[in-house]
Design a protein. Structure first.
Length: 417
């Protein structure tokens, strides 16, 4: 037997088998491209207000579940909106267990390199320098020609074709000093590195950045230096997304919590005036940040109503689950269907949501199974009668009559079969 979704006017099973967000994926079921704004209006409004206010840290928190309530989907939705803005960056990273704030900083710089923001900032800086400083090595015309020839960072920049240089080191020092004069918070040594690496092997910027050592500076310091260079290079602000931040918090031991939170405090301070952070939290990680060792973080960025956005589970006595299912199904419709949720009757969707207590991830995964099993058997429609007869296959558990009765007696249960 093979799955056949064409019989349901669908190109594929629209529901993810594993509903874990991965913004880098091409699969729209899991990369956040499908998003139901209708069921998250309050959360979208709250997070948008905090973004407009440039709150230093926004905590996107789940109240009911550790996982699967839709926190990552919400932040990914906002990330996609911000990516369209000009002269800002919106790096998105998924935090890993055992990572420290310095690791976050390194990964953010890597994202700026990968998304070519570092290269664009370099182009703006060297163009401005050439326009302001008379130099036998550099002219505004030749710099413009070089940048037009290489709109993207090459593996090795053939600068000698455009600039009267045998070695970029001296020019990099001069521009580094000029950058420091423009913005005193930029260390001339870092400014020199920023220019020399971009002039020679821009595609290896991040690898060289990791090896860079400036006396008296650590990875958080050079992260801030990078932001200052991006500011000088024309970028006005940074919206920094730390998805799954809770995963990093939860494996920090009690003895290491103070160091971790001090690092987060320094990172927030480095962002001041330059960027803000949006992080996800679940109840256990929030509890952990209430311990005395977390003081450095929560004093500078308390988890209060000013910074917090609560993401609620789907309402089990309403049409939230229907709206969510339709958003996914519409993204895979090959032609107009008999009804919006075809072949799933609305009460089947409500029932899956009811069994999972409104957990978004698990509800979507249940709908994936329902549609897959029906497709394999070429079932024309998935009704509650069909669910009752095939409960273990579709819902993963034996039928419990008391739960079914409770569902059927709920005020929002549909009269449809």
């Amino acid at each position: 037997m093979e799955e056949n979704y064409k019989q349901y006017d669908l190109d594929d099973n629209p529901f993810p088998e594993v509903a874990t967000l991965d913004p880098g994926s091409r699969d729209k079921r899991t990369n956040g491209e499908i998003f139901c704004e209708q069921i998250a209006r309050d959360e979208i409004r709250a997070i948008s207000e905090k973004i407009d206010q440039r709150v230093n840290v926004v905590y996107v928190a789940g109240l009911q579940f550790d996982k699967g309530v839709g926190k990552s989907a919400l932040v990914a939705h906002e990330w996609r909106q911000l990516k369209e803005r000009e002269l800002v960056t919106s790096p998105f990273i998924r935090c890993k267990s055992k990572e420290k704030p310095a690791d976050f900083c390194n990964r953010l710089v890597k994202t700026w390199c990968d998304e070519e923001h570092v290269w664009k900032a370099f182009g703006t800086i060297i163009s401005q320098y050439a326009g302001e400083v008379a130099s036998p090595s550099v002219s505004k015309q030749t710099v413009g020609l070089m940048l037009r020839s290489y709109p993207r960072p090459p593996e090795a920049l053939p600068y000698t074709r455009y600039l009267h240089l045998m070695n970029p080191e001296r020019l990099a020092r001069d521009i580094g000093d000029w950058m420091h004069a423009k913005e005193s918070r930029i260390d001339p040594k870092y400014g020199s590195f920023f220019i020399e690496q971009s002039l020679s092997r821009p595609n290896e910027f991040y690898e060289s950045y990791l090896k860079l050592r400036i006396p008296g500076s650590d990875r958080i310091d050079v992260y801030k230096q990078t932001m200052m260079c991006l500011r000088l290079g024309g970028y006005k602000y940074h919206y920094i997304f730390l998805d799954q931040f809770e995963d990093a918090v939860m494996l920090v031991s009690a003895g290491q919590l103070a160091d971790f939170c001090l690092g987060m405090r320094r990172m927030i301070e480095a962002n001041q005036g330059l960027g803000m952070m949006l992080v996800t939290l679940h109840p256990d990680s929030e509890t952990k940040l209430g311990l005395p060792g977390a003081t450095d973080l929560v004093k500078i960025a308390p988890i209060d109503n000013y910074r917090r956005v609560d993401v609620m589970a789907l309402r089990t006595e309403g049409d939230d689950a229907i709206s969510l299912a339709v958003a996914y199904m519409d993204a895979y419709r090959s032609s107009r269907a008999k009804y919006p949720t075809h072949p799933l009757r609305e009460n089947v969707i409500r029932y899956a949501c009811f069994l999972e207590e409104g957990n978004v991830r698990r509800t979507l995964q249940k709908l994936h199974v329902c549609l897959k099993m029906a497709s394999l058997k070429s079932e024309p429609e998935i009704t509650m009668d069909y669910v009752r007869a095939n409960h273990r296959d579709l819902m993963g558990t034996e039928l419990q009559e008391d739960l079914l009765t409770k569902f059927e007696s709920s005020t929002q249960a549909s009269s449809k079969p």
